[in-house]
Design a protein around this ligand. Structure first.
Ligand SMILES: N[C@@H](CCC(=O)N[C@@H](CS)C(=O)NCC(=O)O)C(=O)O
Length: 219
């Protein structure tokens, strides 16, 4: 099975020109697969005004961003979105149950990392911020390094084959700013390989003219 028509990818407008958040992994995957898509970046206040309407109109039981519209249906939650797209494309999710589990486990870890990083951006919790720098960030980096060293071929989790987990890793590393990765050579090799892709610039620097009100985006 493949994907027909353009995918609509919705997320928040950039907080900072260098941050891509959880839309990053989905956009990396769409770009890598060559799937046509439109990116809609919403202002935070305007999203909350539309969230209840999306649920009330039965378009989705649970409205959070990122969400995609795929063949007219709304799908939410970044990892399930990545798994759905991977399943439809027959790639990025491993080639057997063990590989699928590995990709799933790695992705869950990288998505937890996104959540912990997000709290440092959206909340003013000094205790969490200190824990993030001292414990959580080094812990996630070390875990990612151990995962990526399982495959002797590299540079990605499954070797030469990209998985949706690699796209989450590249996104969260990007959003953490100038991380020093010399002590994590496998992480460095994986993210540098993704950042060197011809489409990486598009994902990392989306055009603000795509900023539309949600209702306009749904037409
Ligand atoms: N587990 C979800 C988290 C989704 C989530 O919390 N998204 C945030 C932005 S990263 C959001 O939509 N916040 C506003 C809302 O809850 O309406 C995922 O990985 O997509």
């Amino acid at each position: 099975m493949t994907i027909t028509g353009k995918v609509k990818l919705h997320y928040f407008a950039k907080l900072d020109v260098s941050k891509i958040g959880r839309r990053g992994p989905v956009q990396f995957l769409l770009e890598d697969a060559g799937i046509p898509y439109e990116l809609y970046l919403h202002q935070i206040g305007e999203w909350f005004a539309q969230k209840a309407e999306l649920v009330a109109s039965d378009r989705t039981p649970y409205a959070v961003l990122p969400c995609i519209e795929l063949e007219g249906k709304v799908h939410v939650q970044s990892q399930p979105i990545l798994r759905l797209l991977s399943q439809r494309l027959g790639k990025y999710a491993g080639n057997n149950a063990e590989e699928a589990h590995l990709v799933d486990t790695f992705s869950d870890m990288a998505n937890d990392w996104f959540g912990a990083w997000g709290r440092t951006v959206f909340e003013s919790d000094e205790v969490h911020n200190k824990k993030y720098v001292d414990v959580l960030l080094p812990g996630y980096l070390d875990a990612a390094e151990r995962f990526l060293s399982l495959n002797k071929q590299g540079p990605y989790l499954l070797g030469e084959e990209l998985s949706y987990g690699d796209f989450i890793l590249a996104s969260v590393v990007n959003d953490n700013g100038n991380l020093q990765l010399d002590g994590h050579p496998h992480v460095k090799a994986a993210v540098e390989a993704i950042f060197a892709k011809p489409y990486a610039k598009t994902v990392l620097s989306s055009d603000d003219k795509l900023l539309l009100p949600y209702n306009a985006a749904r037409k």
